[in-house]
Design a protein around this ligand. Structure first.
Ligand SMILES: [Mg+2]
Length: 269
């Protein structure tokens, strides 16, 4: 571990109260061709459960995904969930979802028409409609065609959104139109008031996570996953490294109790 990451890890390990704000896609799991295939594996579910059970440790997942998906995948864990870039927050497993903004009406139809037109020209593109944002995923489109269509969409939407309450986000193989003013930083505000005095640690891989990093208090720890430009002071290369770091916080995974390994018994000379 590089020295700066190692000293951040020691601060995390020694914190009297620790809050982890974790992005999901590209941070806890690698990207998949189809967004629905990124569901958590058993190792990840165990890791998140172990972290949530660690004393004075509060885990919050802060994702662009919908409430329905986060609940289906992670809903039984004792963690906070923040969906649609923290437009929705469910502070713990017993809490109800709360919205950060009032939703205007009628904003979706013109955006859906533009995205669906582009999806018809780019086989493999997926239009995903959520409460406060609409996403156009092109990870599964032939590479050059996907980039070409995305750049045309960026220009068209720039004009369409210029005088509106909406903004365009360019993510990793996804374009997203969301209400202006909705961003992941809202999760930091909510979590800080729920757990005052805690060390806040945020990890994320794309531009939407920069809002999370920007909202951290000065003593917070921001960790970028990957090689993009970031305001985070620290980096790790991949989701595997994120998992390694988090696993180190809770100690090694214990083997299942049903496994009896006779090699573990002490040898007597
Ligand atoms: Mg991500």
């Amino acid at each position: 571990m590089p020295p700066d990451l190692s000293s951040a890890f020691e601060r995390m390990r020694g914190a009297a109260s620790l809050v982890l704000l974790l992005d999901y896609d590209g941070t806890l799991t690698p990207f998949t061709a189809i967004p629905d295939e990124a569901r958590p594996d058993a190792e990840l579910l165990k890791l998140l459960a172990d972290l949530a059970a660690r004393p004075s440790t509060f885990v919050h997942i802060v994702s662009g995904r919908s409430r329905a998906i986060l609940e289906e995948w992670l809903g039984t864990l004792a963690v906070g969930l923040h969906a649609e870039h923290a437009f929705w927050s469910r502070m713990d497993a017993d809490a109800t979802w709360e919205a950060s903004h009032a939703l205007p009406t009628g904003w979706k139809a013109p955006i859906l028409a533009v995205f669906e037109g582009a999806a018809a020209r780019a086989p493999g593109a997926i239009v995903e409609e959520k409460a406060s944002c609409i996403a156009w995923h092109f990870r599964n489109v032939e590479h050059d065609a996907g980039l070409r269509e995305a750049s045309e969409l960026t220009l068209r939407l720039g004009d369409l959104l210029a005088a509106s309450d909406l903004e365009l986000l360019v993510g990793d193989m996804v374009l997203e139109v969301r209400l202006r003013g909705v961003h992941k930083g809202h999760a930091v505000v909510r979590v800080e008031s729920a757990h005052p005095g805690s060390l806040l640690v945020a990890m994320g891989d794309d531009r939407t996570d920069e809002d999370l990093f920007a909202a951290l208090p000065p003593d917070g720890i921001a960790i970028h996953v990957g090689v993009k430009t970031t305001r985070a002071a620290l980096r790790v290369p991949s989701p595997a490294d994120v998992r390694g770091l988090l696993r180190a916080l809770v100690g090694p995974e214990r083997p299942s109790q049903t496994v009896v390994n006779s090699d573990d018994s002490p040898s007597t000379p």
